[in-house]
Design a protein around this ligand. Sequence first.
Ligand code: NCD
Length: 306
Amino acid sequence: MGFKGRDVLSILDFNREDLETLFKVADDIKANPFKYSEELKGAVLATAFFEPSTRTRLSFQTAILRLGGSYIDLGEIERSSIAKGENIADTVKMLDSYVDIIVIRHRIEGTAKFAAEIAESPVINAGDGRKHHPTQAMIDLYSIHTFKGGIDGLNVAVMGDLKYGRAATSLILGLTLFKPKALYLISPPELRIRPEVMEYLKQAKVNFIETSKLEDCISELDVLYVTRIQKERFPDPAEYEKVRGSYRITLETLKEAKDDLIILHPLPKVGEIDLKVDKTKHAKYFEQAALGVPVRMALLKLITRG
Ligand code: NCD
């Protein structure tokens, strides 16, 4: 399919070959960071975040700067004309006339798709509600590829809020493009994957196992991807109270783990991983977050230059 000029709305917009191309470019960027420092000279990117963000926003900004381009940021919503009642369509139209690439995050599902229909420039979905977070999935898949030398044949677990978590959902969908040996979906019963995701996994013939207990599979795992409970997405606070604090990875939990198990997390983590785990060789989440820059650099390069 290739990348040039494309929007990035869902991880399923891409095939395995595309992702392998992305990984190769990211590998080269990591090995030769300054080779690319003029690659996107003169290009301007807009970051328009209608929901909180640290890593996604700052790593996109770092990525364009490291490619020799620059960025504008919509900033606090209260300080933009959105606060005066301007609609998203008009805001996107303006950004489109100013910049070459638009990166957008919004709590409403489908916002990035809507923006892509309006804008001529490529639009990158940096998260739309609980639905998609394709660039996070790219980083997660690239992290597995980097730390494990590949994705095929691995036992991978995705744990936590699989119902409202867009990072978890996008990774689960992205894994269908590869051939993991087994995919364990670990969550409290209330936070299982949504029916449409389940349907997709069945169609893709992925060997997946739903469980609420990490103990059942910890000794089998090569990759454990942990996510936070997405408190802000629960329609009913009582529903959140039922699952709050229902899982936590500690040194004790990891006793049965393989020596080379890696633990990933999209971050922010808010208590679901004991701080002592950060110091173990299993913890790869900070390195994973750092890979966000080369992966997003590779993506921006491929979208703009091919
Ligand atoms: C995630 C998100 O915003 O969906 N964070 C991220 O982009 N790295 C995960 C989360 O907020 O839990």
